[in-house]
Design a protein around this ligand. Sequence first.
Ligand SMILES: Nc1ncnc2c1ncn2[C@@H]1O[C@H](COP(=O)(O)OP(=O)(O)O)[C@@H](O)[C@H]1O
Ligand SMILES: [Mg+2]
Length: 253
Amino acid sequence: MALIELNNVTAGYNRDHPAIENVDLSVKKNDFMAIIGPNGGGKTTLLKVVLGLLMPFKGEVRVFGESPTHSRKKIGYVPQVIPSGTFPVSVLEVVLMGRMGSAGLFKKYTESDRNIAAQKLEKLGVAHLAGKRIDQLSGGQKQRVLIARALTGEPELLLLDEPVASVDSETQHSFYNLLSNLNSRMAIVLVTHDVGAVSSHVKSIACINKHLVSHGETISEKDVAQAYGCPFELIAHGVPHRVIGAREDRDHG
Ligand SMILES: Nc1ncnc2c1ncn2[C@@H]1O[C@H](COP(=O)(O)OP(=O)(O)O)[C@@H](O)[C@H]1O
Ligand SMILES: [Mg+2]
């Protein structure tokens, strides 16, 4: 059984101008998929459809074989990191929000909720930041906190929106090692506009620009140019060659 199955899905905010159109997508157990596409290409919209936050105009969506709203508890969602902005809440509180489903909106967090939150922060290597304000962290640190939060629900599928947009390449490297590690226990789908940020750790690649095209294990410059609707060189100057068209050196990171 596929974890995510989209059949001919058209969705968006205006029936006459859908954000995504006739999308077929299949994500299997253990998959690690990167979906790349330009800004406004429909990446976040696609994630909303999978999460059951947006009902499609047309087509069928199954997540864990059921309607997306039924399966939401099995999904860990990592939203896009907002680079700036004030949010005077501690890191621990942010991670605890991931337990809200179990604790209930007006119930108190239990000892066990707190233990799970602490354990996930530890796992992500950011336990020492628990008492800090979330808005005082770096992009890479924030991202780890948001992943810790997503993991508190013990998800079987992890969805990440633009996870590498605001981090340097060193952070990106350790980040992909982390995801690769998590991938031994859960399927991962990440969306990004940054072609150069797709690591060779990913197992399958798709492009989206209103329409989605799955490419399997590798992707060519032509595929990317087509998805972006402009010459490849304009959008991906300096893309690591291991990303495009090769997976041989995946083990080297
Ligand atoms: N809440 C919204 N209301 C109306 N239009 C939206 C909304 N969110 C996104 N859109 C539009 O839908 C299209 C796809 O957006 P989005 O899925 O956010 O793209 P991406 O995540 O790839 O940048 C864009 O044209 C965008 O302007
Ligand atoms: Mg987006």
